[in-house]
Design a protein around this ligand. Structure first.
Ligand SMILES: [Zn+2]
Length: 153
């Protein structure tokens, strides 16, 4: 990736703090690419995903170029913004369910995917879970190893 600064701002994050000139999300933040904004403040921007898996499929990003959602600081503030958006989605759909994803693939700029409940997404996720429940049972020993591996110190 080619890095370049499009704006001056004190770094508040320990990793990337510059606008990436070849990052599509940084271009959206800079207004070089149009977007359908759902929310915006000094630090964060939420806009409709161009693919719209379901109506309202939204991406929440930090305005600073940060690779991973888990490195966004202050993280609690980021989640508070997500909650505002989710609250609105719940009101609009009348459903408590909002599919949330933070995989971080395709675009290497931290983003949280928020998909309000509709027919397809909810059912698809539930089907995969049901499948996992039937096919991915592990022994108690395997489960303990996994728990030990991920357990917080
Ligand atoms: Zn970026």
């Amino acid at each position: 990736m080619v890095r370049g600064t499009l704006r001056k701002k004190p770094a508040i994050n320990f990793c990337y703090h510059e606008i990436m000139t070849d990052c599509i999300f940084c271009k959206i933040v800079a207004g070089e690419i149009p977007s359908f904004k759902i929310y915006e403040d000094e630090a964060y921007l939420a806009f409709l995903d161009i693919s719209q898996v379901v109506d309202g499929h939204t991406l929440l990003i930090p305005k600073e170029h940060i690779r991973w959602v888990w490195d966004v600081l202050p993280f609690g503030q980021f989640m508070e913004v997500a909650k505002k958006i989710v609250t609105r989605m719940r009101k609009v759909t009348g459903s408590e369910y909002v599919y949330t994803q933070a995989i971080g693939h395709l675009v290497e700029h931290a983003h949280l995917q928020l998909l309000p409940d509709t027919v397809g997404v909810h059912n698809e996720v539930l089907e995969k879970w049901k499948e996992a429940l039937q096919t991915r049972h592990k022994s108690p020993e395997e489960m303990q190893k996994i728990a030990d591996k991920f357990k917080l110190d």
